[in-house]
Design a protein around this ligand. Structure first.
Ligand code: CS2
Length: 464
């Protein structure tokens, strides 16, 4: 850790004048939002929008940020009273802002009673979530995996079900639950899974949940690499204080939200959020084009010895595959909303991936592939198959993922890692494609490979 003094309310006045600051008195803001999943993405995205809304005059939307498992982020933020900086970095330079929206940091396993009280408080109107794809505990068929929820304990479902019961009991009113994870129809997926969990644990509560709460779907977008110590040191050098919770991100951010709230909400649109009737065209474009390209860059890039996105996208062999994936396969599977230009979107994504000032580790993106590929690749394969179109680029990437989970040097971090490795050992190269993408394959509910696709995948496997 650098020699600089720690960022905190006591030192904040020493920040250079160039650092933007919240335009409201944070000490008097009451909690309006409980956020589950206190990672870098939340700090660089939803918290920034909420901070802007409060700076513009909205009141009492302070955030209680909750780590579901690891205490690390809360420990970094506690001595700073929730203050942290967001650095936007690109070839054009950098811009640093102090964010004040986080007022309380909890670690679910040790702060259970405080978490319960925050979720039950009548002043809390929203719960936002960034718990990653696997935090929803859905099986490869997309349905809630009840056994996995029970085995894990302390999941979003445990906390939310108890919160709903408390609120109903106390007459505190419903909540708006805002999923900000990269799932297709994330709001509807959360509502269905939480509904299934309530049926199992507290069936009488489901009707109340459906009547009093809302789960808007959202498309969230901002590239936020996990912070490395070197980034923290660099921020310390820029601001003269050490910020252990600093995040570094790109200038771009986007939040498209289904306009379906059961409660009051901050005017996130003041920071550019788009409130729309139907998020689907935006989320499908983002998942299939941005995230689909990201996953391809990750598995193809790691295999070719690259470490970061900007390096993989500069490799001509990978670049061609990724362009084809975005433009000819993903974009072709989409119906653009009025005003949505998918060609321009692909151009903008390539420019963002190329940002050399923001090293984004491929290994971070390669994580949890089993949870990501259904909405990133398989949905595209399926939609194109229905129109008789082939997706050679996605099949190339899918073969690279199969090699990755078989084990090709890079660490495999995936909730299904064991199961996939066992399957590889059991059926080998000859059987793996059918075991995953055959008629009765593990991912058959998302997409089934026909004979030509299977042959392409087998050929791809041999190439690696
Ligand atoms: C990435 C995303 O890690 C990943 O899988 O594809 O986190 C991506 O950076 C964001 O969705 C960008 O909005």
């Amino acid at each position: 850790m650098s020699g600089a003094e720690r960022l905190s309310p006591a030192t904040v006045d020493r920040l250079p004048a160039s650092v933007e600051r919240p335009g409201y008195d944070r000490a008097v803001q009451r909690t309006g939002i409980v956020h589950l999943g206190l990672g870098a993405f939340h700090r660089a995205h939803q918290a920034v929008y909420t901070d802007a809304a409060m700076s513009a005059g909205d009141r009492d939307f302070a955030i209680t940020g909750v780590s579901l498992r690891s205490p690390a982020v809360a420990e970094a933020l506690l001595p700073q009273d929730g203050l942290y900086t967001v650095t936007q970095r690109s070839a054009a330079g950098e811009r640093i802002a102090l964010v004040g929206a986080l007022r309380e940091m909890l670690v679910a396993p040790r702060d259970g009673e405080r978490l319960r009280a925050s979720l039950a408080a009548p002043t809390t109107s929203l719960v936002t979530l960034t718990v990653t794809e696997k935090g929803y505990h859905r099986g490869p068929d997309g349905a809630l995996d009840i056994a996995s929820v029970e085995a894990a304990g302390g999941t979003i479902y445990h906390h939310l079900a108890r919160a709903l019961a408390d609120r109903r009991g106390a007459g505190a009113g419903g909540l708006t639950l805002v999923s900000c994870d990269n799932l297709a129809h994330n709001g509807a997926a959360l509502a269905a899974s939480l509904g299934a969990w309530l049926d199992r644990t507290d069936p009488g509560l489901r009707a109340w949940f459906e009547a009093e709460c809302a789960c808007p779907s959202t498309m969230v977008d901002r590239i936020v690499p996990a912070a490395r110590e070197a980034d923290l040191e660099r921020t310390a050098a820029a601001i003269g204080l050490y910020d252990a919770a600093a995040v570094t991100t790109e200038p771009f951010m986007q939040w498209v939200i289904e306009d379906k709230f059961a409660t009051r909400r901050p005017r996130w649109e003041l920071a550019g959020a788009q409130l729309v009737a139907d998020v689907a065209p935006y989320e499908f474009a983002k998942l299939r084009m941005l995230n689909g390209a990201h996953s391809a860059l990750a598995y193809l890039g790691l295999e070719r010895g690259h470490q970061f996105v900007h390096q993989a996208v500069a490799d001509p062999a990978i670049r061609a595959t990724v362009e084809r994936l975005m433009r000819d396969e993903a974009a072709a599977s989409l119906t653009a909303a009025p005003g949505q230009d998918l060609g321009a979107y692909a151009d903008a994504l390539l420019a963002r991936f190329t940002n050399p000032a923001l090293p984004h580790a491929l290994i971070q993106i390669a994580m949890d592939g089993s949870q990501k590929i259904p909405q990133r690749w398989l949905a595209t394969l399926r939609a194109n198959a229905a129109e008789g179109r082939r997706c050679p680029a996605i099949l190339t990437a899918l073969a690279a993922w199969l090699r990755h989970v078989r084990g090709n040097g890079a660490p495999v971090n995936d909730p299904m890692a064991e199961q996939l490795a066992a399957l590889w050992r059991e059926v080998g190269e000859h059987g793996i494609v059918a075991a995953l993408f055959g008629e009765r394959g593990l991912f058959a509910d998302h997409w089934q490979a026909d004979a030509e696709d299977r042959a392409a995948l087998h050929a791809g496997l041999r190439e690696g």
